[in-house]
Write a protein that binds this ligand. Sequence first.
Ligand code: AIR
Length: 415
Amino acid sequence: MFACSRDARPILPGAALGILGGGQLGRMFAIAARRMGYRPHTLDPQPGSPAGQACDHQEVANYADLEAVSRFASRVSAVSLEFENIPLEAIEAAATICPVRPSGGVLGICQNREREKSFLEKAGFPCAPFRIVDSAAALATALRELGGHSAVLKTADFGYDGKGQKKVEGNCHPGATWGAFGAARAVLEAWIPFEAELSVIVARGLDGAMRTFPVAENIHRNHILDLSIVPGRFPAEVTTRAETLARDIAEALDLTGLLAVEMFLTKSGDLLVNELAPRPHNSGHFSFDACVTSQFEQQVRTLCGLPLGSTRLLTPVVMLNILGDAWAHGEPDWRGLLADPDAKLHLYGKREPRPGRKMGHVCFLKPLDAALAAAEAFRATIPAKEDTSIPSRSEAETASRQAAPKGRAQRGSGS
Ligand code: AIR
């Protein structure tokens, strides 16, 4: 299993590339691949998925349909993924047919919070104190052991974009809390009062070469990534430490592919790893418009065994997510945004604009103050769930904190 993952021959333009998952991350992978002359294929249960719209072929099937996965893999030269909720059996089935990057070993760690936290702890990477919880009694013990303070309960698997997380108070009733949470297994993490949230996306090639994307300063709202500000407004020393941490984790995982590392900067200046994602990440969308090489092209390059591209930032940028709430009164009027010559609009082609669902994003390519003002001005024109102003960093600390599934942890989750 995972048999072909070290095949060193580069896969050159013209080849078909497979992506498991058909959401927006797959769509942008497909656009990047197609631009380079590859033929993208996707596998997703939803016909006409966001990625499927941009691919040469969509296999409409469940990820657990191993026959379909094998058929899919046999039509492409290599397979990557854009979603962590892909069963490992599907990765294994594909890997008997063609290279799969990232490997099932890496996905197996990152798709389950318990394994991810244990990996980080064992390898000595800093993260919030945690306990594994599988019963009300275990929750009571865990709350006590974490000092009786606030904490975050997160399902061990299957969660994203704020799903599967709940903040709990130290004096909560463990029986009622555990019963209402409804998971068989979870991770309880101590609540971290952070100064800021940031993320680093690192690409690691087949030859072990690595490149990091510029550090993003992230602000979450209602547990979902709202804004990424790049370059993040941090001292150079913090940026360097964050990049080194991301590289060290990619190395420890022996990754081939992309790894997004979400971190907290604590008030005492420490960096704590919050979540890992072995794929492109929402907080790296800015790279599509603002870097020499986007995270999606870098994913293509790692998948194909090509040298990595430059991640140099061409312009300061603010990325704002556009959620389904914006459709509360029908299709938003895009004309104002499209009249801004420095705004790049991305819409994912999702047919159902549900509240909280990521429908698109916009990148404002301007000096940060102007970009933040443009983001706020745009936000004021669309319906939003809650408060519509861009929070300051300290407000963001309160606003953004927890909840994001395997992926979104304490605070929201960039994903
Ligand atoms: N995604 C993957 N992990 C976290 C996120 N947000 C992206 C992937 C996936 C899509 O979100 O692109 O396919 C699913 O979005 P939705 O709105 O259909 O649930």
